[in-house]
Design a protein around this ligand. Structure first.
Ligand code: NA7
Length: 534
């Protein structure tokens, strides 16, 4: 068909976060495509645009929490800081986009409301909120992993006299100084927020449902020589990191925790604790904490001992000690447990004593106690991945809805392609790679670019993944995920924070290096799995 002559754009990119910016860059500058970017926010940055709560920062090292295609950073980036703050990452993403002319293709403050595939012309029509519509041959949906914040279902929200805030929708003018603040949720977000809020609030009440394992982040300053070494070997460093599982920039050990004597094991954990970093503690100490229960227990026991030694009040320490295995996305926050030694901080166990309703003056608990508050913050997380499509309706061949196609077992081949959705590519769709996200995104988008080029070389043949290829991928993802200890706890990685009775593995746990091998295998077989439409 020659439908391309009638489309407004070659490609529409939905979302302007880490993934969307890279997608728009590759499509515009490498492939020379006519690109439209659609971004709901008022600026670029995605997760880093929306998350502005006090204390927000990356907990993956700055040397790897960035793109690898452009060695420059940005005016606010602190080359010597181990971790960048949220505002620094937001500034970085915006400056990278400007440097490559990517910001120019975006329309801001306009959400993609609907996308519909027309079989006859092999084109997509995307409608934005307000009704304007555009057509394109391809869609790259970089709609976000954390696009849909979730609030708990507690009655009385509207009665609260003070301010109710979700951590991912922080109002510019919100201040916690000298306020009576409540924080619900103790995940990665809650941890950062709790430490920051405790420093300024008059009183901080933490409402904890499930205690988590939190190791120190280890924010520190790199030496000038370390920074130089990193910059001089930039490409070689990245080439090596792409060959690892997590691509977090640390060495990944071969040995399991039970392969070494107890005193050595203890010493390895102690060094990792001193250095800080959640992924580094979980994946840089021993190879098998996520897969071997005995190894996992050893790490968990180590952290439990740390909690008991840091937290002065033994009752509070017991409440902070997790009863689950160490198997969520690993959290790391400097000063987390120390914060509970502060006089202005109170810990409420809402599993034992749930919040029953919100009153004008605060929060009422099951035992009748009322916690009076000026500001109530929900750091209660997100409906990961699928959530982005609750307000973006995507209809593929025969009008099939994307969320219906995914159903209760969301899966896309390589996190990229779903049967019945020709020329529609997700970045970090369900069952994409579990790794440090920027290099995972680059790997996915480089592959999508190759698919688009291949289609162009084949008379614009629609690119559609076969059901068989997806079924095999899904089976492998499920097998690996279900063998991991992560499957034994509820978290957004399994969608089980929202879909509580229906865990669904949302990631491929085989690591980035092997993920990239699968991509290369597809390239070598000339995209054999993507010819369902032909
Ligand atoms: P998470 O990791 O999903 O954490 C959400 C937290 O909120 C967690 O402690 C939850 O407890 C808690 N929560 C959720 N609902 C409730 C209710 N109804 N009552 C009490 N507590 C509740 O989200 P984050 O924003 O911290 O992190 C998301 C990702 O962003 C993170 O992993 C990084 O990749 C960056 P639960 O454990 O469910 O009992």
């Amino acid at each position: 068909s020659d439908a391309s002559q009638h489309t407004d754009f070659d490609v529409i990119v939905v979302g302007g976060g880490v993934a969307g910016i890279y997608a728009a860059h590759i499509l515009k500058n490498k492939l020379g495509k006519k690109v439209l970017g659609i971004e709901r926010g008022t600026g670029l940055g995605g997760t880093w645009h929306w998350n502005r709560y006090p204390g927000v920062q990356a907990d993956t090292d700055g040397i790897v929490y960035r793109y690898s295609f452009d060695q420059e950073t940005s005016s606010e980036w602190d080359e010597q800081a181990r971790y960048q703050k949220g505002a620094q990452i937001r500034n970085y993403l915006n400056e990278v986009a400007e440097r490559h002319g990517v910001d120019e293709v975006y329309r801001f403050g306009q959400a993609a409301a609907e996308a519909r595939y027309d079989d006859a012309t092999a084109t997509w029509r995307v409608e934005i909120e307000g009704g304007e519509a555009f057509t394109a041959r391809y869609i790259v949906s970089a709609a976000g992993v954390f696009a849909r914040p979730v609030f708990p279902d507690i009655p009385g929200f509207d009665d609260f006299a003070g301010e109710v805030i979700h951590s991912a929708r922080w109002p510019e003018d919100a201040v916690l100084d000298d306020k009576r603040v409540g924080v619900v949720g103790t995940g990665s977000t809650g941890g950062q927020l709790i430490v920051a809020a405790a420093k300024v609030a008059d009183r901080l009440t933490v409402f904890q449902r499930t205690a988590q394992y939190v190791v120190p982040a280890g924010q520190t300053r790199l030496g000038a020589d370390e920074v130089r070494e990193y910059q001089e070997n930039f490409d070689a460093n990245w080439a090596a990191w792409r060959q690892t599982r997590l691509a977090c920039g640390f060495d990944e050990p071969e040995a399991g925790a039970m392969d070494v004597p107890a005193d050595e094991r203890e010493a390895v954990f102690e060094r990792a604790w001193e250095r800080g970093g959640g992924f580094e503690f979980m994946f840089g100490t021993f190879a098998d904490l996520a897969f071997n229960r005995e190894s996992n227990d050893a790490a968990a026991e180590f952290i439990k001992r740390k909690i008991r030694s840091i937290v002065k009040d033994p009752d509070i320490a017991e409440r902070l000690i997790p009863s689950e295995p160490y198997a969520k996305r690993p959290a790391s926050v400097d000063g987390y447990y120390e914060t509970y030694n502060n006089d202005n901080v109170e810990l409420v166990d809402v599993k034992a004593n749930p919040i029953t309703r919100i009153l004008p003056q605060g929060v009422e608990l099951a035992d009748g106690t009322v916690k009076e508050l000026d500001t109530l913050v929900f750091a209660t997380g997100f409906e990961a991945i699928e959530g982005a499509y609750r307000h973006f309706e995507v209809a593929g061949r025969d009008g099939t809805r994307l969320l219906d196609q995914w159903g209760e077992a969301p899966a896309s081949y390589l996190g990229i392609a779903t049967p019945k959705f020709p020329n529609f590519f997700t970045l970090l769709g369900p069952q994409g790679v579990f790794s440090n996200l920027p290099p995972g995104i680059e790997a996915q988008m480089d592959f999508v670019a190759d698919l688009i080029t291949w289609s162009g070389e084949n008379g614009d043949a629609p690119v559609e993944v076969s059901a068989e290829a997806l079924a095999q991928w899904q089976q492998m993802c499920n097998e690996i995920a279900n063998a991991s200890i992560f499957a034994q706890v509820k978290s957004w990685i399994f969608g089980s924070n929202v879909h509580t009775d229906k865990p669904r593995p949302l990631f491929y746990f085989g690591g980035l290096a092997s993920f990239r091998e699968v991509l290369d295998g597809e390239r070598a077989k000339e995209f054999e799995s993507f010819r369902a439409g032909s």
